[in-house]
Each structure stands twice: as structure tokens, then as C-alpha cells.
Ligand binder design. Structure first.
Ligand code: HEC
Length: 181
């Protein structure tokens, strides 16, 4: 009887040791998994984060402020000065010649790519629509982005005030300037 008892006790002890060992290992495994998950989560959050930051920043960079609200208070004088950035390639007087770029007389609400005798790029020729105030301002923000493939080599005007001043100046050069928005 006592032999059996001892066996039972020994068996219990061995079982207990086994259980503890297994649980210990399980614990390790669980902790490991948790670690792994934590790392993964941290990594996963990081990636969309950078993604989000990137996609958050990129559109932020690309949010093109409309000029309509500030157009009425824009400065013709500053617009004229800003036109120096354009004058290497554009005239704006009535019936003036095309240069590297087309004449910009009567530009507001003019159909795009509409100047006779100017060889537009396919990209601009096929773009369609008119040069409304905001279309023009968006184009001037970053021409190559607004019309991919345009041959107008101009980096763009990042300041909304600059775009408003310049657009106001261009608006003036028409027989009947389009009413302000
Ligand atoms: C380096 C020369 C160059 C400069 C500088 C330049 N442009 Fe242009 N621009 C062009 C060319 C070339 C085109 C024709 C683009 C095409 O066909 O893709 C053009 C086209 C345009 C058009 C479209 C006209 C139409 O008939 O559809 C507008 C508007 C315009 N430019 C405005 C401006 C303004 C405003 C500036 C100054 C901020 C400016 N450009 C600076 C060369 C230039």
C-alpha cells in the first residue's frame, strides 16, 4: 500500500513538475507572441502612420487655396510686378504676338488652348474647358501638375496672394473684364 502511495506521490510530483514546466513554456510562448504582436502592432501603426503622414502631408501641400475670396482685395500693382515672371514667354496686350507661350489677352473664361497660330502641346490642346478664375489659379499653382505634359516650363506660384494678384492683373487685360466672383 505504501509503495503504491509513494508511486502516486512521485507521479503527482512529476506531473506537477511537468505542468509547471509546460505552463512556464506556454507563458514564454504567450509572452513571446505578445512581444511579437506588440512589435508588429507598433510596426503596423508606424507604417500607416508614415503613410498617413505622407498622404496627410501630401494633400496638405497640394491643398490649393482658392483665390475667389481674396480676389476683390488683390493688388493690381503687385500683379503687374508678378507678371515679370511670365513676360519672358507671354504677351498680354491685345493683338500682341505669341512668344514661347500664347498671348494672354482676354484670358479669363477664354477656352483653353484657343489662341490662333499657337502650337499648343497635345496635353493642353486636349485638356478642355475654360480659364475660369479658379482653373487659372490652380494651373498657376503648379502648371505641370494641373496639366500633365504641358510645355509651359514654369514651377508655379505657391502663395495664394501671388496667384490672386496676378489673376487680377490678367483679368484687367480684356475689353470687358469678367465680373469678380
Ligand atoms: C518659360 C516660358 C513660360 C513662362 C515663364 C510662363 N509660361 Fe505660360 N505658357 C508657356 C507655354 C509654352 C504655354 C503653352 C503650353 C502648352 O501648350 O502646353 C503656356 C501656356 C499658358 C497658359 C494657357 C493659355 C491658353 O491659351 O490656354 C496660361 C494661362 C499661361 N501660360 C499663363 C502663364 C502665366 C500667368 C505665367 C507667369 C506666372 C506663365 N504662363 C509663365 C510658357 C511659359
Amino acid at each position: 500500500m505504501s509503495g503504491l502511495e509513494v508511486n502516486k506521490i512521485l507521479a503527482s510530483i512529476i506531473l506537477a513538475i511537468l505542468v509547471v514546466t509546460v505552463i512556464g513554456h506556454l507563458g514564454d510562448i504567450i509572452i513571446d507572441v505578445e512581444h511579437h504582436e506588440m512589435e508588429e502592432t507598433a510596426y503596423k501603426i508606424d507604417v500607416p502612420d508614415t503613410g498617413e503622414v505622407k498622404s496627410g502631408v501630401a494633400p496638405k501641400e497640394e491643398i490649393i487655396e482658392p483665390i475667389s475670396l481674396i480676389l476683390a482685395s488683390a493688388s493690381l500693382e503687385k500683379g503687374e510686378k508678378l507678371f515679370k515672371k511670365c513676360s519672358a514667354c507671354h504677351n498680354y496686350e491685345k493683338d500682341s504676338a505669341n512668344k514661347v507661350g500664347p498671348n494672354l489677352w482676354n484670358l479669363i473664361n477664354r477656352p483653353k488652348a484657343n489662341v490662333d497660330g499657337f502650337a499648343y502641346s497635345k496635353a493642353l490642346a486636349e485638356h478642355g474647358g475654360e480659364w475660369g478664375y479658379e482653373e487659372l489659379a490652380e494651373f498657376l499653382y503648379k502648371p505641370k501638375k494641373y496639366i500633365k505634359g504641358t510645355k509651359m516650363n514654369f514651377a508655379g506660384l505657391k502663395k495664394v496672394e501671388d496667384r490672386a494678384n496676378l489673376v487680377l492683373f490678367l483679368r484687367e487685360h480684356s475689353d470687358s473684364p469678367v465680373p469678380l466672383p
